[in-house]
Design a binder for this molecule. Structure first.
Ligand SMILES: Nc1ncnc2c1ncn2[C@@H]1O[C@H](COP(=O)(O)OP(=O)(O)OP(=O)(O)O)[C@@H](O)[C@H]1O
Ligand SMILES: [Mg+2]
Length: 252
């Protein structure tokens, strides 16, 4: 633990953060002078699937970038496995066990599938063959297509490359920003099944999803984000059952 708490309030805050595997607390920040996040809090426990939903422009991607260290926070803090990582660069967060698949530009289109996976392993020093094998077992189509440029793959297959690339660092927390964007319902279901499989292997998942109903169905915990703040937080099942949440955010 690198958390050094001094006052009783700080001790309590540190204890609360340490109770979760990922704890991103009261994040405030944005682009330039404007704040997009106004005290947004996200917690994920070990092996949990946490899902963020909310309207376009709510700040979901911004919150993901903040958790990953791509957006400097003006307030708030991020801890992973009890360790305060608020000041760390994205690269150092990867070393601590975070993997991130951004919403856009998440593969190198001119590189082959296998080269993309190799790029994903950039922080690794040891043998990456076993991890690559695991990725191919999870996504068999990628083995078949391993010599093809990622840009020639279908949308769903490209998303598999992006997820596989993030898995190459053997993350303990996998962050996915709209992994099912632009794919068919069947491909979406398949991807969600793989995400469940990843979580069952002990990797925590923090995921933004546009397909809110389907994502909340597999969520241990769901966050409804509106204008950079938490509007609702509950289990996926409870959010799905809440008439107000259904009416306002899930289309009835
Ligand atoms: N790089 C940027 N520079 C300035 N403003 C930005 C930048 N990225 C996003 N924004 C603004 O921040 C707000 C939140 O955007 P963000 O991408 O986080 O929303 P989102 O919830 O992920 O939306 P979507 O569902 O469309 O992906 C929006 O008003 C957006 O215009
Ligand atoms: Mg987004």
């Amino acid at each position: 633990m690198s958390v050094t708490a001094t006052t009783p309030a700080e001790t309590a805050a540190a204890a609360a953060d340490a109770a979760h595997f990922l704890s991103a607390t009261a994040m405030r920040g944005g682009y330039g002078k404007a704040d997009i996040l106004h005290g947004c809090t996200l917690n994920v426990d070990k092996g949990q699937i946490a899902v963020i939903v909310g309207p376009n422009g709510a700040g979901k991607s911004t919150a993901m970038k903040a958790v990953f260290g791509m957006l400097p926070l003006r307030e708030g803090r991020v801890t992973l496995d009890g360790e305060d990582i608020t000041g760390l660069s994205p690269q150092d967060r990867v070393r601590k066990g975070m993997g991130f698949v951004p919403q856009v530009h998440n593969v190198f289109p001119s590189m082959t599938v296998e080269e993309n996976l190799e790029m994903g392993a950039f922080i690794r020093t040891g043998d990456i063959a076993a991890t690559m094998e695991q990725v191919y077992e999870l996504f068999p189509i990628l083995r078949t297509k391993r010599r093809q440029p990622a840009g020639e793959l279908s949308g769903g297959q490209r998303q598999q490359v992006a997820v596989g690339r993030a898995l190459m660092t053997r993350p303990r927390l996998l962050m996915l920003d709209e992994p099912t964007a632009g794919v068919s319902p069947i491909v979406m279901d398949e991807l969600f099944d793989r995400i469940i499989e990843i979580a069952r292997s002990g990797i925590s998942i923090l995921m933004v999803e546009q397909n809110a109903r389907q994502a909340l169905e597999i969520a241990d915990i769901g966050y409804v984000l509106v204008q950079g703040t938490n509007r609702y937080t509950d289990t996926g099942a409870a959010l799905m059952a809440d008439p107000e949440v259904r009416r306002t955010f899930l289309g009835g």
